[in-house]
Design a protein around this ligand. Structure first.
Ligand SMILES: Cc1cc2nc3c(=O)[nH]c(=O)nc-3n(C[C@H](O)[C@H](O)[C@H](O)COP(=O)(O)OP(=O)(O)OC[C@H]3O[C@@H](n4cnc5c(N)ncnc54)[C@H](O)[C@@H]3O)c2cc1C
Length: 493
């Protein structure tokens, strides 16, 4: 979208039969619709700005429904404790006071400090990290006092909340990055802040509808979208990318952008000899996020026990995380359940529900045999729903699909099944992450969760904006033109 809006001729090669990658809709023959991956649509501001810059209006293309409560947290225990999280801070304080009275006064302090933190961090997120020296930039150094790089999310939250459950309510969001709140750098307290400050949205039709809208706008701008068309390799002259090979045909291009999952696509598409910073060996040894075990269930009838988003936090949450990081599949897992038909009945036939379950599990680096594990784990996941008061599910299942870590790798080209990409520890962020203008090459660029600023939809959209600016600069320089006149005559793939 963004490249085409600057005047580039863009061809998009997608190996699958639909656009969107992880952000796509799965539709069953019975008429149930599920998001394959993302279900929380956060911080629409970035995508809104991008649509506007492309001459479109996000709100004309999709209907964003703000959820209130934004999600339900269930702290497992005897009895369970439920917290309906809301961006209405008066109600949120009251809900927290009912669980941990001393922590209610921490909410507004947390919000004020994180507003400040986001302001400090935003310039860092919005700019490319094209050189190592960039790490010493004024914006990076200036943001350090607010970002507290020596602390983890849970530690940082102790400044506001003494009850571990309340800290979890403001820190489980690190799971969006596939990371533990006990290890994730403290700057990521901005994740929960963003939810409370800007809201959690459900796009009508699911997050897949956002990808469809982007494809529509892109095509209107002249992008040629070729589905079922895998790129076999990127061609090079020395270090310069010259185009792509697709089904035995060479397509020349002034610039090539890789959006495939970094660990999956780069070793296949870019020769190892060109990649010094990100050789095959480095990619193999890098640190990756957890994976997720997924169940998509078409259910007869409704599930009044559930809100739209429900997060079951096991009593053994911290132990769960240690197990996942150590390659052990949890026996009593925490899980996330989405019951979106309470908001959007279009996702299931009348009177039915489309249930999405996500259970964090180890990625494939640990070598579990998911052929063997999938069935018992599926049974365990369904049994865990009893904790949420759902006892009769099996007899009501009318459609079922499982995606295990192996399925993420084999069917959706996600390296190591690490659904949230390279982990976001400090040594794999900013200048240490694969760069938007890809290291050691010319004319080759990255977008997606594997490049700066990182994984998660708003962040990825911001990354695409950074990459577009770099291409615009580079091609305009190469052609000796101003960015607005960007190469309509060349194929910019
Ligand atoms: C289960 C799950 C839940 C999530 N929940 C959330 C959430 O609630 N909110 C949120 O913001 N984020 C969430 N995320 C994260 C978010 O989905 C991802 O960060 C994002 O979708 C990744 O986008 P991407 O563009 O990097 O990669 P992808 O979406 O994987 O896109 C890569 C594309 O490249 C294609 N491709 C690969 N190789 C080739 C080739 N050789 N030729 C042609 N095409 C190729 C693939 O088919 C795919 O379409 C979730 C992710 C998962 C998996």
């Amino acid at each position: 979208m963004q490249l085409a809006a600057t005047g580039a001729r863009v061809t998009l090669f997608e190996k699958d039969e639909v656009v969107g990658g992880r952000t796509r809709t799965l539709t069953s023959p019975e008429g149930y619709k599920f998001d394959l991956g993302p279900t929380f649509f956060l911080y629409p501001r970035i995508l809104r700005e991008i649509f506007t810059a492309c001459g479109a209006d996000l709100d004309d293309e999709i209907e964003l429904i703000q959820l209130d409560p934004q999600y339900r947290l269930i702290f497992e225990g005897k009895p369970n404790v439920t917290l309906d999280a809301t961006g209405d801070l008066d109600r949120m304080e009251a809900a927290i006071a009912a669980i941990a009275p001393q922590d209610a006064q921490g909410v507004r302090r947390f919000m004020a400090d994180n507003r400040w933190k986001l302001d400090a961090f935003k310039p860092v997120l919005e700019q490319p990290f094209s050189t190592a020296a960039r790490m010493l930039g004024r914006d990076v150094l200036g943001s350090l006092p607010q970002l507290r790089p020596h602390l983890q999310v849970d530690d940082d939250l102790k400044r506001y909340f003494s009850d571990p459950r309340i800290r979890l309510a403001f820190s489980f969001q690190t799971k969006y990055l596939g990371m533990s709140p006990f290890k994730c750098p403290s700057m990521f307290t901005i994740l929960s802040f963003l939810e409370y400050e800007y809201g959690v949205y459900h796009p009508r039709g699911g997050c897949g509808a956002v990808s469809d809208a982007m494809a529509r706008v892109a095509e209107r701008l002249g992008v040629e979208i070729k589905l079922n068309t895998p790129v076999d390799r990127i061609t090079f002259q020395g270090r310069r990318a010259t185009g792509v090979d697709v089904g035995g045909q060479h397509i020349p291009a002034d610039a090539v952008v890789i959006n495939g999952d970094f660990a999956h696509a780069v070793p296949r598409l870019v020769p190892d000899r060109i990649r010094k910073a990100w050789s095959d060996r480095k990619i193999e040894r890098a640190r990756y996020s957890c994976s997720t075990f997924m169940l998509y269930l078409g259910i007869e009838g409704e599930l009044p026990q559930l809100s739209h988003h429900n997060v079951l936090l096991a009593e053994t949450y911290q132990e769960n995380i240690r197990q996942i990081e150590g390659g052990v599949i949890p026996a009593v897992p925490s899980l996330y359940v989405q019951n979106p038909t309470v908001t959007d009945p279009s996702l299931a036939p009348p009177g039915h529900s489309a249930l999405y379950m996500l259970v964090p599990v180890p990625n494939l680096r640990f070598g579990a045999d998911w052929q063997k594990e999938a069935k018992p784990f599926r049974d365990l996941a369904i049994k865990r729903l009893e904790t949420l008061g759902i006892h009769d599910l099996e007899s009501r299942i009318r459609y079922e699909r499982v995606v295990s870590p192996q399925g993420w790798q084999d069917d959706f080209s996600v390296g190591y099944g690490a659904t949230f990409n390279l982990s976001h520890d400090l040594m794999q962020m900013l200048s240490f992450r694969p760069r938007n203008r890809f290291n050691d090459t010319e004319g080759l660029y990255l977008v997606g969760g594997g490049t700066h600023p990182g994984s998660g939809l708003p962040v990825i959209y911001e990354g695409a904006r950074i990459t577009t600016r770099l291409i615009q600069e580079d091609l305009a320089l190469a052609a000796g033109k101003r960015p607005a006149a960007l190469a309509p005559q060349g194929a910019n793939t």
